[in-house]
Design a protein around this ligand. Structure first.
Ligand code: SME
Length: 155
């Protein structure tokens, strides 16, 4: 896919996502439809949300939410893996080669590159959007910009 094609696909995706979530406030329903839309439109390997949940003794963890693709790990601790790092840093993390990211959690050996985008509820990270590709260097600043725009629709 060329840079221009990527821009065009995302630009259309933002419009479709806006229409899809319009009038629906349930976060699980909206996350489920967003994952399906992103996954089908962009042809990624794995697309899904991990949701920040209160677990044992008041400790928060990321717990697997709506997703598309093969089965995945269910729980990720704060600061662990790409997802936990995005949660900790409160920013999008782009990983061009998962083998070069220390602490990467390999849910699938097929995954070669990854992007994780935090979802904010007010000032708090409430979830992360995690996307995996079977190819190296799939994600860049364009993916980050549009996906950040898309997850804001969840608010
Ligand atoms: N690779 C992620 C774990 C989730 S799976 O990719 C679906 C990570 O390192 O946090």
């Amino acid at each position: 896919m060329t840079d221009l094609e990527k821009e065009q696909k995302y630009s259309q995706l933002v419009k479709e996502a806006t229409a899809l979530l319009d009038g629906e406030s349930d976060p699980i329903a909206n996350m489920a439809n967003l994952t399906a839309l992103i996954h089908e439109t962009m042809g990624f390997w794995w697309t899904g949300f991990y949701i920040v949940r209160d677990c044992k003794d008041g400790v928060e963890q990321l717990v697997l939410g709506p997703f598309q693709g093969p089965i995945a790990c269910t729980r990720i601790a704060f600061g662990r893996g790409v997802c936990g790092t995005s949660w900790q840093r409160r920013e999008t993390v782009v990983v061009p080669d998962v083998e070069k990211f220390p602490g990467h959690i390999a849910c699938s050996s097929e995954s070669r590159s990854e992007i994780v985008v935090p979802v904010f509820n007010g000032d708090k990270v409430s979830a992360v959007l995690d996307i995996d590709s079977r190819y190296l260097n799939t994600f860049d600043e364009t993916d980050a910009r549009y996906l950040e725009q898309i997850v804001k629709l969840l608010n």
